[in-house]
Ligand binder design. Structure first.
Ligand SMILES: Nc1ncnc2c1ncn2[C@@H]1O[C@H](COP(=O)(O)OP(=O)(O)OP(=O)(O)O)[C@@H](O)[C@H]1O
Length: 253
């Protein structure tokens, strides 16, 4: 059963180029909350600090917060891209990740080759790979571009292909950054249909977003981050207020 559990989770990024002592001092004086020195005396940005939460099967969680609050860092940590510097993280379930469209894609290979590579990576047999290829090709609507190396794709084309691949097989846990829902109108309609199928499959969705419309439409729970810390965690109504007050909600995020 899909679950995510975090206890005292912290993430910090070393800023190697800021090791000069004078600069360090200046930075520390200005922003001592998030830019610190660690035990090895390196300057680090504290991206996430002491997060504890559980996400269970059936929950659709929005990560909200202002720029730099830590939403993408948390998504990437859940995806296993970043290693916590402190605390524990347990993620049970197969992850589908829509955080960076180019991630996991070989830009010298065509869209079709990338789909097949993804199938191989997932340990699929020939028949399953053929089905994945058919589904992802149809959903992405890339037509002849499917046989062009992906380095020649526009940003929107990359999103289409990444979305098609990540959602062709329903992952147990879908991690998504909001701009995956920012395609053209035709893609959006298809993407919403597909997401609806996916999220009603009672697995876990975690989406980082500034769009309170997306939160109210898709999510059952909101975790609000501020400067790398959780400042609110509850149902959509609890954190954002009633549905008729979207302006207030927009300000909060
Ligand atoms: N690779 C990195 N190296 C150094 N600092 C980083 C790195 N990634 C993120 N940070 C820092 O971590 C903090 C959180 O950033 P993050 O991108 O997670 O915020 P966010 O809430 O997703 O912001 P936005 O809404 O602007 O996308 C910021 O202070 C950022 O500067």
């Amino acid at each position: 059963m899909a679950t995510i559990s975090a206890r005292g989770l912290s993430i910090a990024f070393p800023l190697y180029h800021l090791a000069a002592r004078s600069l360090k001092k200046r930075l520390l004086a200005k922003a001592a909350i998030r830019v610190k020195t660690d035990e090895s005396n390196r300057v680090v940005v504290s991206a996430l600090h002491d997060l504890s939460f559980e996400i269970r099967r059936g929950e659709r969680v929005a990560l909200v917060g202002t720029n730099g609050a830590g939403k993408t860092t948390l998504l990437r940590t859940l995806a296993g891209i970043y290693e916590p510097v402190a605390g524990e993280l347990m993620v049970e379930g197969e992850i589908g990740s829509l955080i960076d469209p180019a991630a996991g894609m070989d830009s010298d290979s065509t869209g079709r080759e990338n789909i097949r590579l993804r199938g191989l990576y997932r340990g699929m047999n020939d028949e399953e790979i053929a089905a994945l290829e058919q589904d992802a090709a149809a959903f992405s609507g890339l037509g002849e571009f499917l046989d062009v190396p992906t380095r020649g794709y526009s940003a929107g084309m990359q999103v289409r292909l990444a979305f098609a691949m990540a959602t062709a097989i329903t992952p147990q846990i879908l991690l998504m950054d909001e701009w995956f829902l920012a395609g053209d109108a035709d893609f959006m309609t298809k993407a919403e249909e597909r997401l609806a199928r996916l999220v009603t499959g009672a697995d876990i969705l975690v989406i980082a977003t500034h769009d309170m419309g997306v939160v109210r439409r898709w999510c059952t729970r909101v975790i609000k981050l501020e400067a790398g810390r959780i400042v609110a965690d509850g149902t959509v109504e609890e954190v954002l207020g009633p549905a008729h007050a979207p302006e207030a909600a927009e300000e909060q995020a």
